[in-house]
Design a protein around this ligand. Structure first.
Ligand code: AOF
Ligand code: ZN
Length: 357
C-alpha cells in the first residue's frame, strides 16, 4: 500500500476534480503490475495496473488506495476488470464517499468471491484525497488559506514591500500548491498592490484558474491578470454596483465575470457554490488580509498553511495575514487542529485544519 500511495501522488495536479489513486498487483510476494490515475477522464488506477500487466493475474492480490468503483462513468467499472482478471484478494485504503460507489464496490467484489480487506493505511490514503472527499460530498471547493509571515506576524513592511518574506524552498512549495489546487483566489487589493500573475512557475500548462474578488471591478486593464486572461482562465467576481461597460471590456479580454446579485462585498459562501458548479474542486486562498478575514468569517476555509520566516520587520501599520475586525474574545478564536510542522530551508511551514462547530 505504501508503494500504491507513492504511485497515487504522481497524479497530483492532473486528476482534479477526480481523486488521485494508486494500485499495485502482487503475486507470489512479487509486484507484477503497477498503475495510477494519470489524468482526469483517463483510465482509473486499477485498470491501468491490470491492463499493463504482462503476467497471469489469476490468484493475485491487488492493493488500491481508494475503493474500486462499480459504475460506468468516463470509463467502465474497475470492479469488472478485477473480477475478469481473477484477482483473489483486494486490499483497500479509503472507502470512496462518492454516492455511486460508497461501499458498493467492496460489496460487488465480495459477492464475486473476492476477499476484501479495507482500511489499510487508511489515514495516509484519506489524506491523499482530502480535496476529493470534500468536493464530492459538499460540491464546493476545498479551501486552503496560505500565507507567509515574519516572526512578528507581518506579511509586508509598513510601506507594502513584501518581496520576499520566505526563502526559495518555501516559495517552491507554494508553486507546487499552485499545481495541486485547481483555483487560486485573491482580493482586488493584492492585484492593485502587487500586480501578480498567480500562475505556476514550475511547470507549463498547470496554472490554477485565477479568481479575483473585486466587488466594484477596480481591476486595471493593464494588469498582468487581464493581460494574460486569454491564456490563463480568469474569473473576476463583482457585485451589482460594478460598471457594466467595464464588465464587457473585461469579457472581451477573456475574463469571465461573475456578477453577484447583491450590493457591497462579494459573498464568499455563494461564490464557493458558483465555483463548485463550475467543477472547481479546490482553491488556494492567497489573501490578502481583508479577504482572509472574510473567508474565516464566512466559514469557507478548510485548511491553513502558514509559512513563518525567521525575520522581524516591525511597524504598527505593517499588514498581517488576517485583517478585518477580528474576534472580540480569545474564547471566540478560530481553532486549528491536527497541526503539523515542517522545516523548509530556514523557514517553517505550519499546516492545520479549521476546527468546525
Ligand atoms: C478516478 N480514478 O483511479 C478511481 C476513481 O469520472 P470517472 O468516470 O472517471 O469516475 C470518477 C469516479 O470514480 C470518482 O469520483 C471516484 O468515485 C471513482 N474512482 N476515479 O478518477 C481512479 N479509482
Ligand atoms: Zn474505477
Amino acid at each position: 500500500m505504501k508503494r500504491a500511495i507513492e504511485l497515487a501522488k504522481k497524479g497530483i495536479g492532473y486528476t482534479n476534480p477526480n481523486p488521485i489513486v494508486g494500485c499495485v498487483v502482487v503475486k507470489n510476494d512479487k509486484i507484477i503490475a503497477e498503475g495510477y490515475h494519470k489524468k482526469i477522464g483517463g483510465f482509473h488506477a486499477e485498470r491501468n495496473a491490470l491492463t499493463n500487466c504482462k503476467e497471469d493475474t489469476t490468484g493475485a492480490e491487488l492493493y488500491v488506495t481508494l475503493e474500486p468503483c462499480c459504475h460506468y462513468g468516463k470509463t467502465p467499472p474497475c470492479t469488472e476488470i478485477i473480477i475478469e482478471k481473477k484477482i483473489k484478494k483486494v486490499y483497500v485504503g479509503s472507502i470512496d464517499p462518492n454516492k455511486l460507489v460508497e461501499g458498493k464496490g467492496v460489496k460487488i467484489l465480495k459477492e464475486h468471491g473476492i476477499e476484501v480487506k479495507c482500511g489499510i493505511l487508511k489515514d495516509e490514503c484519506d489524506k491523499l484525497n482530502e480535496v476529493f472527499f470534500h468536493y464530492i460530498t459538499n460540491k464546493t471547493p476545498y479551501v486552503v488559506m496560505k500565507y507567509a509571515m515574519t516572526m512578528d506576524g507581518k506579511i509586508a513592511c509598513e510601506n507594502g514591500d513584501s518581496k520576499w518574506v520566505t526563502g526559495k524552498d518555501a516559495r517552491e512549495t507554494v508553486q507546487k500548491m499552485r499545481k495541486q489546487y485547481m483555483g487560486i483566489m485573491v482580493g482586488i487589493n493584492t492585484v492593485l498592490e502587487d500586480n501578480p500573475m498567480l500562475n505556476c512557475r514550475i511547470e507549463e500548462n498547470v496554472d490554477p484558474i485565477r479568481v479575483i474578488c473585486d466587488s466594484n471591478l477596480r481591476i486595471p486593464f493593464e494588469s498582468n491578470i487581464v493581460n494574460t486572461a486569454n491564456k490563463i482562465q480568469t474569473i473576476v467576481v463583482c457585485t451589482n454596483e460594478a460598471d457594466t461597460d467595464k464588465q464587457k471590456y473585461l469579457e472581451e479580454c477573456g475574463v469571465e465575470v461573475v456578477r453577484q446579485k447583491r450590493k457591497g462585498r462579494v459573498n464568499l459562501s455563494e461564490l464557493m457554490k458558483t465555483l463548485g458548479e463550475k467543477g472547481i474542486d479546490s482553491i488556494l486562498l492567497e489573501g490578502g488580509g481583508t479577504l482572509n478575514a472574510q473567508a474565516l468569517k464566512e466559514n469557507i476555509v478548510n485548511k491553513i498553511c502558514c509559512f513563518i520566516a525567521p525575520k522581524i520587520v516591525g511597524g504598527a501599520d505593517a499588514k498581517s495575514p488576517i485583517e478585518g475586525k477580528g474576534v472580540e474574545k480569545m474564547m471566540e478564536a478560530y481553532n486549528i487542529e491536527n497541526m503539523e510542522i515542517q522545516k523548509l530551508g530556514n523557514d517553517i511551514m505550519l499546516t492545520g485544519y479549521l476546527k468546525r462547530g
